[in-house]
Ligand binder design. Sequence first.
Ligand code: GDP
Length: 363
Amino acid sequence: QAEIAINEADIVVFIVDGKEGLTANDLIIRDILRRSKKKVIVAINKMDAQAAEDNIYEFYELGFDTYIPISSIHNIGFVDLMDTVTNDFNEKEEKQDDRLRFSIIGRPNVGKSSLMNALLNEERVVVSDIAGTTRDSIDTVLTYDKNEYILIDTAGLRKKGKIFESVEKYSLLRSMRAIDRSDVCLLVINAEEGIIEHDKHIAGYALEAGKAIVIVVNKWDTIETDKDATMKKWKTDIKNNFQFMPYAKVCFLSAKTRKRISTLMPLVLESYENATKEIKTNILNDIIMEAFMETPPPSYKGKKLKIYFTHQSGTKPPRFDISVNSKGLIHFSYERYLENKIRQNIDFSGTPIILNFKNKGEE
Ligand code: GDP
């Protein structure tokens, strides 16, 4: 796990124990870090006692360039540490890049690599470039219908056979990193096996990260009898298992035979379009006020919720600030009701949306 984390990182903070001093284990870790060729900052922890100051020098033996004394318990040294960590960060080029970024995620053997290859070989897709945006990941720039998109490398897809490939825990760790860098996540599940807990974990993480998601039911070629009925059943299964994201679009295909592969990109694009939608304030207020009038919230301890004003404060995912008299009066089910009303009026399929309740006057 540490090795994967090192691999994914730009900078590694190596924490040593300033009270105990340099240990043999520190030297082992030092060797791993050296091999990784990553920038290393040594944080010397437990430096709360003045007496421990002398211990700093012995850590110089580690041979790294930067040492910051800290005390986690007493909250000492963090500003220094964070300044040092972020010092060399220049705004990543991906921040200014407005091309849609998507990734293929899912547990091992569901067919992610196969899907990536099938997609890159699709008739309308031209692979225009392969560029490394970070040192270790290889993202693919592809052209689809004259527009460029970036397929994020989920480390391991291109580097098949890497260590830990079959260990689900690590695949989740890698998926998380890919999800963070994506606008749209293609969650691949296996039609042969059905939905398992791990699929839901990954989906849950994508939701928490606010990412649009397309659920891809792969290996559709293995379904031999009555595909229509099976598809219907799958749709129900997906609705039940992914109740927390009823908005997700679902795609059935075979990466192996490439059947229905052309149905995938349109769903990715639609989901992205919805994630970047901006809704005019007057339209939003009409929707919310109408919903409010239709079903006013129940009062709580004799107090009644009032909604004053709604506006959109962001995209990817769409975020709505709703100013109210008292946030405490919002019940989860009423929030759900309002979200549904927004979705009934505006197509936000494929993307989560966030309702942010604020007390009047609150920033
Ligand atoms: P990954 O670990 O998620 O990248 O999965 P792979 O792409 O390596 O595929 C795992 C196995 O499933 C391989 O043996 C593939 O040939 C097989 N596979 C992938 N996609 C399909 C598909 O659409 N249909 C069938 N029948 N097998 C597939």
